[in-house]
Structure formats: C-alpha cells, structure tokens
Design a protein. Structure first.
Length: 478
C-alpha cells in the first residue's frame, strides 16, 4: 500500500475502533447497568486523544502531499510545509548560505563542559555563548579553551540572556540557532536525513521567522522510553500537523535574527514556556514557523521521577500563564486558518485547559475502576459493586488506548526507534493519566502566585542553583 493510503487508513481505523468500542459499551451498559455518563467522563482522555491524533494525521499529510505527488517520492515527508513550493530544489542548491550563529546561555556548566565542547567542537567558529551569572569556573574554562563566552555578571534567565547576546554578536549574522547546552546535533547516520547546513539554508530561503527540528530523548532507563514515545508524537504528529503555524522549542530552534530580536523586545522574559511565548508573539504578527524533522537533535530526559514531575509542573504553569496573558495574540493566530482555531482555541484552550477538571474526575474514575477490577479478581469483591466502581471503565479505556498506541507506533515513530518504544505502549494510558497530577499542580501554582504571591509546589524553573532549568532545558514539547 502507498504512503498516501496508509495516511488515510490510520485515522479511519482509529475512528472505526472508537465507534466499535462505544457501541460495545452501550450494549454492556444495558447488561451490567453501569452509567453511560460516568463511562463518557472516564474515557474523555482516550477519545479526545484519539480524535485529535486522527485529525493531525490527516493535516500533516495535507501539508506535503503536493510535493510528494510532483516529485514521486516523499522527499519532504518530515516537514510541516512544502519547501519545494517556496523554493525549488534547483534554486536552493545554488543560493549561498548566509552567515549564521549557534547561540546559548550557560550557567555553572563546569561539570558538563567536556560533553559540550565535544558535541559542538565541529561548529566552534559559529558558536557564541553568554554566561547567565555563572558562579563557578564556566567562563574561565571556556575562554581558555578558545570559545567565545561573554560575561557581564548578571543572571537574566534564558530569554533575557539571549536578548543581551544578540546585541553582542556581529551585525551581519542574519540567522541564529538558539540551543540548550545539553543538545546534541545528530548526523546523517544517527537519525538526521540532512545536515545542519542544509537545514539552515532551506530555512533562510523560506523567509520564515523560525523553524524547529525534531528533538528526541536519549535512551536512558524505563522513564525515557515513555518520553521517547511522547516526543515522537509531539514533534512528528503535533508540530508537523500545524503547517507554518507551528511552535518553537525551548531546547533548540532556528530563528531569523530580526524576528527574534523583535519578539524578545515584547517578551515577558519569563522562563516559563518561553518557547511557547516566542511562538505566540511571532505568529500573532503574521510570521510563519515550521517544523523540519529531517534534522534530528537529542537531549537527556529528567532521569528521575522527581525531576520529571518538577519539569511537568513548570511546563503546565507556563502553558496557562502564556495562554491567559497572551490571549489576545492567541485569538489573532486562531483567525489565520480553521486548523489554527482548532489547535490554539479548541485543543489548547478548551480540551487542555478548560476541561481539565473533567479530566481530573475521569482519571479518578479510572483509578477507582482499576482498583475495583483488582478487587473482583483477587480480593473477592470487598468493594461494593456500584455504577462508579465498574471495572469495565478501565478495561475499555486501556483497550482503546492500546489500539491507539499501536497505530501511533507504526505511523509516527521512526523504524529505528520502535523496538525501544514498543514495551511501554501497553502502559501509555497510565503515563497519560499520571500527567493529570503535575498539570493540576502547575495550574494551581500559576493562580496561587497570581492571587496569593506564593506557590503550592516549588518547581526548578526559578531555582538559582539548577543550571538545567536556568538554561531553559524544559521547553514544552507540544
């Protein structure tokens, strides 16, 4: 079957499975007497994720279908826009590369300097760094090794530090790649299908404001498998479906310098969802941002459950902060296309934020349903059988999510990564449900700070001692 056929089959299969599960559940409801309303609430996460996934599969195909039909091959299958329509390949190959720089803010990087210099050694002549108030020997060691690293002794946090660095680099540099120090650019034999030069050259000829490569998680333990699947979906489905209205990444993004300077002059300079705020400001001015997954970069995950939880609290604190404070800009973006309205208003505003309390209730129902099922199997029905305690709620949800996960595995995860990700697919519903906890805490943190000037949980974003957070390592994946 052709690639186009598979792209249509996947969403149709998801919708067909959903219809079958719903019909089966109605039949079971008549037989065992459980509540259809409770069932619907319990499975809200499943069905919204499945329908969103099906829609994004369709949209991501639309963005590059024309290029595939013309060339006969899927040369641009991992981009969110048709680059051939903007600049034909024959012209892109002869246009000279304009000056560019790789820039980063660093904070107390002394323990990771060897890793950083090894990763970016091939690009040293392009790298410009600024110390964000480092208190160790970071600046000394970098300058002694021949790296350009400015230091004016001020801790501005990442957005402020990058804005200051842009004032210092040569004026002829028109393109800047903003990175976190732990990012690693992967070569042609490590997942990328183009090199950095081609990635930047195509971007310069697109005249877009920003471009985001694909970020993958370095293999590192069981938790990293969940994150690898999560990031594959967030970039290869989420960002890719947005066309030229995509979102930048805090870990690494490529910018047209004048667009970034203007954006940072309007930016709140908060480290919370600073990448999402960049994107909202740019898109609201009519700029274009696209995803180019042909270049792959990797980063380390949080590594522990505690750091993962703190990371996600910061993500969702930033999400609601930017969404509320920049809502007029969000409205302007939503007017640019029907899918922009869907993503920025319905998906982010309604499904992710507005219906969060319903998701909390649904997660609680699924937990009770799971415990009820364990009780029925092992504990001889200690829990009373009521409509709220029916095991079928959890059974239906995990069956649905398993089928969705299998479809996602084969349509959205690169072949070379599937064997690594596959073991966690049956448990991915549990991972999705656990997100409800840090999401709730992140939202509460925002309102607690706004109304009571204190947090209910201290995440790492504002920690003066954590270099990963100060460097903006934890940008939103989607």
């Amino acid at each position: 079957m052709s690639g186009r056929g598979w792209s249509l089959l996947a969403p149709l299969a998801v919708c067909g499975l959903l219809a079958g599960w719903i019909a089966l559940s109605v039949v079971n409801a008549q037989r065992v007497g459980f509540s259809i309303l409770v069932y619907a609430i319990a499975n809200l996460i499943v069905y919204t994720d499945a329908l969103d996934f099906a829609l994004r599969l369709y949209m991501r195909r639309r963005h590059t279908a024309a290029a595939s039909e013309i060339s006969g091959v899927d040369q641009l299958a991992d981009t969110s826009i048709d680059l051939d329509a903007i600049a034909p390949p024959e012209s892109r190959d002869v246009v000279p590369l304009l000056p560019y720089a790789i820039i980063a803010s660093v904070f107390n990087l002394e323990d990771q300097i060897d890793d950083f210099t090894a990763a970016f050694g091939p690009y040293r002549d392009r790298v410009w760094l600024i110390s964000d108030g480092s208190t160790d020997n970071t600046v000394l060691r970098l300058t002694q090794a021949g790296w350009r690293c400015f230091d004016d002794g001020v801790n501005r946090r990442k957005p402020g530090a990058i804005r200051r660095l842009l004032e210092r680099i040569p004026s002829d540099i028109e393109t800047v790649m903003v990175i976190d120090p732990d990012i690693r650019i992967r070569g042609l034999k490590e997942g990328s299908t183009i090199d950095l030069t081609r990635f930047i050259s195509d971007f310069q000829q697109s005249n877009a404001a920003a471009a985001c490569p694909r970020i993958m998680i370095e293999p590192d333990g069981f938790l990293a498998r969940f994150q690898s699947f999560e990031y594959a979906l967030a970039f290869r489905v989420g960002r890719r479906s947005l066309g030229d209205l995509s979102i930048t990444s805090g870990g690494v993004s490529l910018y047209r310098r004048d667009a970034l300077v203007r954006t940072l002059n309007e930016h709140s300079l908060s480290v919370y969802a600073e990448d999402f705020e960049n994107a909202v400001i740019m898109l609201s001015r009519g700029e274009r941002i696209y995803y180019d997954g042909r270049l792959v970069v990797s980063t380390e995950g949080p590594g522990s459950v505690q750091r993962w939880f703190s990371q996600r609290v910061g993500w969702y604190h930033g999400l609601i902060k930017v969404y509320i404070e920049r809502f007029p800009e969000v409205l302007r973006i939503s007017r640019r296309s029907a899918f922009a309205s869907y993503h920025y208003l319905l998906y982010v505003g309604v499904l992710s934020i507005g219906m969060h309390l319903v998701k909390v209730v649904g997660a609680a129902v699924l937990l009770i349903s799971l415990l009820s099922g364990i009780d029925a199997l092992l504990l001889d029905n200690i829990v009373p059988r009521q409509s709220l305690f029916e095991p079928q709620y959890f059974t239906a949800a995990i069956s649905s999510y398993l089928a969705l996960g299998v479809i996602a595995l084969f349509t959205s995860v690169p072949k070379r990564e599937r064997s690594y990700v596959a073991p966690v697919v049956p448990m991915y519903l549990c991972y999705a449900l656990v997100h409800v906890i840090p999401m709730t805490v992140g939202f509460l943190n925002y309102f607690a700070l706004r109304f009571f000037h204190r947090r209910i949980y201290q995440d790492h974003y504002e920690s003066p001692t954590d270099p990963n957070m100060l460097n903006g390592k934890m940008g939103l994946p989607q």
